[in-house]
Design a protein around this ligand. Structure first.
Ligand code: PBG
Length: 345
């Protein structure tokens, strides 16, 4: 409510004195008063924007906390439905599943086993809810012994792009058969979206959308995830297939290819260090755009929050709002449950 300022004794306002030299014409603070502030708000975070990751581990019996991601757990198969139900009851519309399989091999074959960890997890979740959207991460790094996102030539220490494509197609189709609503390829192989679209269409899943991790940077902020998903690599790094943090024109070229190949939703990842890229992507393509607030972004806020160096709840809200303001339509975040509670409090 606008309030009249208290009269200052001795100050007589003479209209002839009100000129540009004395008073700014526009006072930004007029619209920052309580009440008015809410009327002019430009960006709002909604619970409908949130996607909550779940790690499903075929090798454990009890939920296991992830050391570098306090309060985040790997769930055994028989607990994943409970977790999904809890997420749904908080009002969050979607989850994204990551699997830690019992067996790994050089080609990641357990990733497309119809009885694999993700496929079973989807069925378990579907037995308790029809409405929660299930997105699956489609990648090989959790399923290969060497931890790379494609099959490799050991001698050359190289990831082999093209031979990986049909495998990714099989993984996506197998997820769709199990009941996935959206598949999300994250391996940054060239041509992966086309390969997956083809495999899905041939299997009759013409209506299953692809959310492509289109601009995925080669980032140290994935560090905690690799502990969470047991996907550290045996040699080299991922700079041969993930993007150079120095580049943003290149992100637009990546996007163009993925859209051309059939991506329905595009993603920028990580989020906060790449808000400029997110903004360019959204304004250039006007595509449904997702951002991934990754494990390292989570770890930083939680670590500072635990020491009392930051107000954790405010940091969660401010970072998510910034990601939205930059252009994200949806956000994958380990803070999804916290944000849902804060938004409905
Ligand atoms: C798999 C994948 C990764 C992440 C999501 N999918 C790891 C990587 O590429 O090394 C990272 C997510 C996070 O850090 O939260 N390719």
């Amino acid at each position: 409510m606008a309030r009249r300022p208290p009269a200052v004794e001795g100050l007589i306002i003479d209209a002839t004195l009100i000129d540009d030299a004395m008073f700014p014409k526009t006072r930004m603070r007029r619209l920052r008063q309580p009440g008015i502030r809410n009327l002019v708000v430009e960006t709002e975070l909604s619970i409908n924007d949130l996607i909550c990751p779940i790690f499903v581990d075929e090798t454990i019996k009890k939920p296991a906390e992830i050391g570098s991601m306090p309060d985040q757990y790997r769930f055994p198969l028989d607990r994943v439905a409970d977790e999904a139900k809890e997420i749904e009851e908080l009002g969050i519309p979607a989850i994204i599943l990551f699997g830690i399989p019992e067996t790994k091999d050089e080609e990641g074959t357990s990733a497309y086993d119809d009885n694999g960890v993700i496929q079973q997890a989807i069925q378990n979740i579907r037995s308790v809810t029809d409405d929660l959207l299930i997105i699956t991460d489609v990648c090989l790094c959790e399923y290969t012994t060497h931890g790379h996102c494609g099959i490799v030539d050991y001698d050359a220490e190289r990831v082999l792009n093209d031979p990986t494509l049909p495998i990714l197609g099989k993984v996506a189709a197998s997820h769709a058969r199990a009941g996935a609503d959206i598949v999300a390829p994250s391996g940054m192989m060239d041509g992966m979206v086309r390969a997956i679209r083809t495999a899905l269409d041939i299997d009759g899943f013409t209506d299953t959308p692809i959310m492509s991790y289109a601009a995925k940077y080669c980032s140290c902020f994935y560090g905690p995830f690799r502990e969470a998903a047991d996907s550290g690599y045996a040699f080299g790094d991922r700079s041969g297939y993930q993007m150079d943090p120095a580049n943003s024109d290149e992100a637009l070229r990546e996007l163009e290819l993925d859209i051309d190949e059939g991506a329905d939703i595009v993603m920028v990842k990580p989020a906060l260090p790449y808000l400029d890229v997110l903004h360019r992507v959204k304004t250039t393509f006007s595509m449904p755009t997702a951002a991934y607030q990754v494990s390292g972004e989570y770890a930083m806020i939680v670590a500072a929050g635990a020491r009392g160096w930051l107000d954790q709840d405010q940091a969660i809200c401010e970072s998510l709002l910034s990601i939205k303001r930059a252009g994200a339509d949806m956000i994958i975040t380990y803070f999804a449950k916290d944000a849902a509670r804060l938004l409905t409090a």
